[in-house]
Design a protein around this ligand. Sequence first.
Ligand SMILES: [Zn+2]
Length: 230
Amino acid sequence: MAQSAKTKIEIRPTPTIEDYLAIIYVMERDEGEVIATRLAESLEVAPPTVTMTLKRMERDGWMASDQGKDIHLTDKGCEAARSVIRRHMLTEWMLARMLKVPWSRVHAEADQIEHTISDEIETQMRANLDNPQLCPHGNPLPGYEHVAADWLPLISMLGGEKVVIRRIHEKAEENHELMEFLEKHGIVPGALAEVTEILSFNQTLSLLMGNKKVALGFPTAKYIFVEKAA
Ligand SMILES: [Zn+2]
């Protein structure tokens, strides 16, 4: 029993490779293609480092490319990416529900813990957390992408529209200041909001949250997905 858990962890990629796999998975999911320079931006590392790591990943069969271009995950890489994303999202829920870690902080904390969770513990977490389909920020666990498929970008709403906040994209989760700002203003999944003003020339959009007005820049608003309120 202990032996099998150990074996499964041993065939996992290193934490660094797991981080790359998760980002590549999200990029492929959302944009249909993976661009090395954008990967470097997301990981906050120098492009030559990314190139070297990608070469290693290709050698080890996690991804395939056409001479460094047209990067995509292999089946093995995709499975490993889905595994680490699941562990990350379940850890976020565990921290939020059991330890009452603030919503804006669970992502950063989970980044540290996710790599050390065995498949057995993952299964137990999933059962204990009632099989979540979304992370606390509304991003879908791998295999549940359809749950978030119909949510609309906040940026596509018109003035006067009433919406329910559903999702803050993974890319925004990396920005701690932004997450704190959203939490402070109650811009979290499930919250009701009214789009009051869209100033294209100013690249801002205003929301009414309860009786408080909050202005968001377009770069922030584009990470927020909503459903029209009934
Ligand atoms: Zn999350």
